[in-house]
Design a protein around this ligand. Structure first.
Ligand code: AMP
Ligand code: MG
Length: 492
């Protein structure tokens, strides 16, 4: 195949211990189901001469483009708290890297491209449903401004993945700042391979945290820089009501991007303990646990990095504790700022955290839809009569009244014109998010009837999450009781 992708590969030049060379497998019947043309453009890909069947061959790995160096990356991971020394890419192949139009290095990965040397008992396949979910949710996250991997293409393969029932399979082309995870550090730490651990840390500094290279203490500063991006990321998830669902250490990217959209979900009605993942029976990764679990993962990262933090182990532990001790205060201050912004407070002060907390408690007691409440709150600012529409979201509407008057009083203390305040709130409180019941309907139509029209409609709508339009009115609404989705699956 001609040069359609100008590869600029770096991971394959690391020592052999970092990966296994592999090949995407051949599939029976490829069909291009989605191509993200604006993303392809920003990556500088030259796809103009390719028709849909050539594009399907490219994004299923059937035709290897010139310059590709397909790798399965090695990593370990704590899965639900249990350490597994060898995981690695069992159903994904890194095709190579490109430098995008902004000068950023990006991985191009084919997820679901068949078995690799890390597949263990798995089939290397990605069922279509989870592929559709990852496509929609990752692109929605990007549109919301949350750091995330992206979806470039979706190809159905004609292969069947045997799960609880047989499922059609797909290949999802994923773009990432990199696929280095906490588990990648654990992989070398578990083997006592300090040389490669240091090589990995240097690679991550060079690729993601170049400012740290100048530091007198680069490895403690690297840990601190990763910690800062994780605190920011978890705040972003939570301010949009997002639950990742599988925050295992192999699913936490050190770049600070959201990685691995498995059984993830945006909640409808607010619950601090909301969880959807079928495999998260005990709620380890429930909504409000996410900061604590991010810190747990960062602690595993710090443990893996100990030999780099200081030659003396006691001193290394003290360094790690210092760095990690900043996580919760940092997260909490970002969280307060984000929540104050959502309710329209421009200069947060004493008492505002309690005001926000009181609202969340009322929302939980009254099964109030998270996204819709904050969106309607925007309208209640420049149209006091619209307070009625907020009130209507509460099981017990009287619960809203006392909070509303406190809130209005608080806003009056800031001399901001109402239209300006409302406009700012509308820029942080989305109207359209990928609600579970819509994703589920799109999956059902695609899997059962080979109908991708709803998937395409959602793809179009989710790129403008802050716009309220007549065509999107139905996408904004919470599910009717019979539409409610209570469990999501990762498709492994
Ligand atoms: P995940 O839950 O998707 O983050 O995957 C955890 C680990 O299991 C990773 O090492 C995956 O590569 C591997 N894995 C998940 N599903 C499959 C599959 N169908 N075939 C082979 N490996 C898989
Ligand atoms: Mg994973």
């Amino acid at each position: 195949m001609a040069t359609v992708i100008s590869f600029n590969n770096s991971y394959g030049r690391l020592p052999e211990a970092f990966f296994r060379r592999t090949r995407p497998v051949a599939f029976p019947e490829l069909r291009l189901r989605a191509l993200n043309r604006s993303l392809a453009e920003s990556l500088g890909l030259d796809l103009a001469a390719l028709d849909d069947s050539a594009l399907a061959a490219l994004f299923a790995g059937a035709e290897l483009p010139a310059g590709a160096d397909p790798l399965a990356l090695a990593y370990s991971g704590h899965q639900f708290g249990n350490f597994v020394p060898t995981l690695g890419d069992g159903r994904a192949v890194l095709l190579g890297e490109v430098i995008d139009r902004d000068g950023e290095r990006r991985d191009i990965q084919l997820k679901g491209a068949g078995r690799t040397p890390f597949s263990r008992g798995g089939d290397g396949l990605c069922p279509l449903g989870p592929g559709i979910r990852e496509y929609l949710v990752s692109e929605a996250m990007h549109a919301l401004g949350v750091p995330t991997t992206r979806a470039l293409a979706l190809v159905s393969t004609g292969e069947t993945a045997i799960r609880e029932t047989p499922k059609p399979a797909c290949v999802l082309t994923r773009i990432a700042a990199s696929h280095v995870r906490v588990g990648t550090f654990q992989y070398f730490a578990a083997r006592g391979d300090t040389d490669n651990l240091r090589r990995l840390a240097d690679y991550v500094i060079d690729r993601h945290y170049p400012a740290v290279a100048e530091s007198a203490a680069p490895y403690p500063d690297l840990l601190a820089a990763i910690r800062r991006r994780q605190a920011a990321l978890i705040t972003d998830w939570m301010r949009f009501g997002f639950i990742h669902g599988v925050m295992n250490t192999d699913n936490m990217a050190v770049s600070g991007e959201t990685l691995d959209y498995g059984p993830c979900a945006f909640m409808d009605a607010f619950r601090a303990d909301a969880r959807f993942s079928f495999i998260d029976q005990h709620g380890r990764y429930a909504y409000a646990n996410q900061p604590a679990l991010a810190l747990w993962n960062l602690t595993r990262l710090a443990e893996a990095m100990l030999p780099l933090l200081d030659a003396d182990q006691d001193r290394a532990i003290a360094v790690a504790q210092d760095v990690l001790g900043e996580f919760m205060p940092h997260f909490e201050s970002r969280w307060r700022a984000a929540m104050c912004e959502k309710v329209g407070i421009q200069k947060p002060g004493d008492g505002d955290a309690a005001l926000v907390q009181a609202l969340l408690e009322l929302m939980q007691q009254n099964s109030v839809d998270f996204t819709l409440l904050f969106r309607r709150l925007c309208n209640a600012v420049d149209d006091p009569a619209a307070g009625e529409n907020v009130r209507a979201l509460f099981d017990n509407p009287g619960a809203w009244d006392a909070w509303e008057s406190q809130w209005r009083q608080r806003l009056e203390a800031e001399a901001v014109p109402a239209p300006e305040r409302a406009a700012r709130m509308r820029a942080v409180n989305p109207a359209v998010i990928p609600r579970n019941h819509w994703i589920e309907k799109a999956i059902r139509a695609a899997e059962d009837d080979d109908d991708f029209s709803l998937f395409n409609r959602l793809r179009g709508a989710l790129v403008q999450p802050f716009d309220e339009t007549a065509e999107n009115a139905d996408l904004m609404l919470p599910p009717a009781p019979e539409e409610r989705v209570t469990q999501t699956f990762c498709g492994t």
